[in-house]
Write a protein of this length. Structure first.
Length: 581
């Protein structure tokens, strides 16, 4: 049971005596363990192979995840034909579009930690040797990548693919259009019948939300950071070529096992910088600035919101993808996918081309032969870009640790107005619903940060309602919570420190003038330091609305959004590396 075997490509696999799975398969004292494998129909030859975990977040909650079982099955075929024993399992996924606008959204960010923890614990508990993660909805992508790095066994991430666009009265639509239609309905510019017609056609297939929202943004990250196979993320979920892509991932993880290439050798500071570049160039979700520091933490690299902001400031905005542009994810696939964005950046000297990837080749090698197609405006060369930076990190006396703003699609990136303060998203949404605000107001939503929420809810229902009412740039909205990747308009999130920890956003009062200037990277409340200090002395912390359970635990331990809302020390505090087991 310890003899060497080879992958389909002829590479020699490690002996079983060198792999973690030896602890559940080798020696007379493991006879009880082997009996469990025999109970599942396996024989000695199969038990002697490397054990490869294939995890997906398949569920019947939403279209994001409904097709993942098919892709996981194809991954298993690739693992088996390349000399491994695939073992499939599932983890959770909270779907943001369903959790949006109510208490359920408090579970979303917390689920990232649960996903990472559950994958880690499953692999540790069963002593598997390698891992393929198949994810789709927003938090499953960073959660699974975090687990890959935490375990540091040969691993590959596979994105499940985006949804096809819906068609409504001659134009492509996504779920973003439905959220914004709610605002139009509230404003009286869309009828009940029109709203119903739109909701019935907006989401026509399996797959994740179809713009450059959080899931597709983090899919771009998975390729740019080197944890996904090149070109694997862009094909829509329902396309048959996803089966081939998945099978190739199963083959490739066995090659990684043979070569010994591990995730922490791939995710370096340079790889993180590549990922941040692609996020900014694609006009991606502000949530990436929350997940990249958390991913870096698993490698022991400090990569904060400030670090990300410096990269954003020097990155051209190359795409025209929703919500800041006019195209959907399928359109990006049709012009060549994520590699085309990366090619444009590499040609401009803005990517570290020597970073290694799970293909066993560098970024530059993966992009050989990739070109930017002519006669299209989904992805532009750097020489034709409209402006710099699809996203901007701000700081100032209102956000000493930083805040983030998506400027892709904005007609102007500065704003000054009086504060209207709300201590919950519900209160703000009700005001917007009733149109109880004035043009020029700065709506302040606080106590929605990682600890204060708890769970750092997204504010898409509120921002989409503003957009539907035609006021997405007529008012500004700032929060210590976060925004959906589908949010557009004058919206600033992740204000840190958060209100729950006494951050300056907790001290703002109705009527205080707030100034936002993306060009200068500033967000300030126009009151002097003495007055801020006086208010700080008067401020008293609020008691979280959750006194037990996962949300209570997150409220006790989550870090600032500026460092990723992380919940453990990461690789910097690691004493024992699972991959050395």
């Amino acid at each position: 049971m310890t003899s060497l075997s080879r992958t389909r490509r002829g590479a020699e696999l490690p002996a079983k005596t060198e792999l973690p799975s030896r602890h559940v398969t080798l020696g007379p004292h493991r006879a009880p363990h082997r009996s469990f494998y025999y109970a599942m129909g396996l024989g000695p030859e199969e038990i002697a192979k490397p054990f490869v975990g294939v995890v997906s977040c398949w569920n019947e909650a939403a279209p994001c995840n409904i097709a993942l079982d098919r892709q996981a099955a194809a991954v298993k075929e690739g693992v088996a034909e390349s000399g491994g024993l695939p073992r499939e399992f599932c983890t959770i996924s909270v779907t943001d579009s369903l959790a949006m606008g109510h208490e359920g959204m408090r579970s979303s960010l917390v689920s990232r930690e649960v996903i990472a923890d559950s994958v880690e614990l499953f692999i540790r508990g069963h002593s598997y040797d390698a891992l393929v993660c198949v994810g789709s909805c927003d938090k499953s992508l960073p959660g699974m990548m975090m687990a890959m790095l935490r375990l540091n066994v040969p691993s590959i991430f596979l994105y499940g693919g985006s949804i096809l666009p819906g068609r409504f009265r001659g134009r492509d639509v996504t779920v973003q259009d439905v959220f914004e239609a709610v605002g139009a309905h509230q404003a009286g510019t869309m009828s009940d019948e029109e709203l119903h017609e739109l909701e019935c056609v907006a989401c026509p297939s399996a797959g994740t939300c179809g713009g450059q929202y959080t899931a597709n943004t983090m899919a771009c990250v998975s390729e740019a950071i080197g944890l996904a196979m090149p070109g694997s993320t862009s094909a829509p979920a329902v396309y048959s070529n996803r089966d081939r892509i998945a099978r190739n991932c199963g083959n490739a993880v066995m090659d990684l096992l043979a070569s010994g290439l591990r995730p922490r050798q791939i995710v370096t500071r340079e790889a993180l910088e590549n990922a941040a570049r692609v996020v900014a160039a694609s006009g991606g979700s502000t949530n990436a600035a929350l997940h990249l520091p958390a991913i870096a933490n698993e490698v022991g690299i400090e990569f904060t919101l400030a670090d990300i902001g410096a990269i954003f400031a020097s990155t051209p905005y190359l795409t025209s993808l929703k919500p800041g542009g006019k195209y959907v994810a399928k359109d990006l696939y049709d012009v060549g996918g994520v590699p085309v964005i990366m090619r444009a950046l590499l040609d401009a000297g803005l990517l570290h081309g020597d970073c290694m990837t799970v293909s066993g080749r560098t970024i530059a090698q993966n992009l050989e032969g990739v070109t930017i197609p002519p006669n299209q405006d989904v992805v532009r060369p750097v020489t034709e870009t409209m402006k710099t930076g699809g996203l901007v990190v701000l700081s100032g006396n209102l956000a000493p640790e930083g805040a983030i703003m998506k400027v892709a699609g904005l007609t102007h990136a500065d704003f000054r107005g009086p504060a209207r303060c709300f201590d919950s998203e519900e209160a703000a949404f009700e005001a917007v619903k009733q149109h109880a605000y004035q043009k020029g107001d700065v709506l302040v939503i606080r106590y929605e940060g990682p600890r204060g929420g708890p769970g750092m809810r997204e504010m898409l229902s509120t921002t989409a309602a503003l957009a539907g009412q035609g006021d997405d740039e007529g008012v500004a909205l700032i929060t210590d919570g976060r925004f959906s990747g589908a949010t557009r308009g004058m919206s600033i999130g992740h204000i840190s420190p958060e209100a729950a920890t006494g951050g300056p956003i907790a001290l703002v009062r109705d009527g205080d003038m707030i100034a936002i200037d993306a060009a200068l990277g500033r967000i300030d409340v126009e009151i002097d330091a003495e007055e801020l200090a006086r208010r700080e002395k008067e401020w008293k912390p609020r008691v979280t609305r959750y006194g037990s359970g996962a949300l209570w635990r997150f409220a006790q331990i989550a870090s600032s959004a500026a460092s990723g809302a992380i919940t453990h020390p990461g690789a910097a505090g690691e004493v024992f590396d699972y991959s050395s087991l």
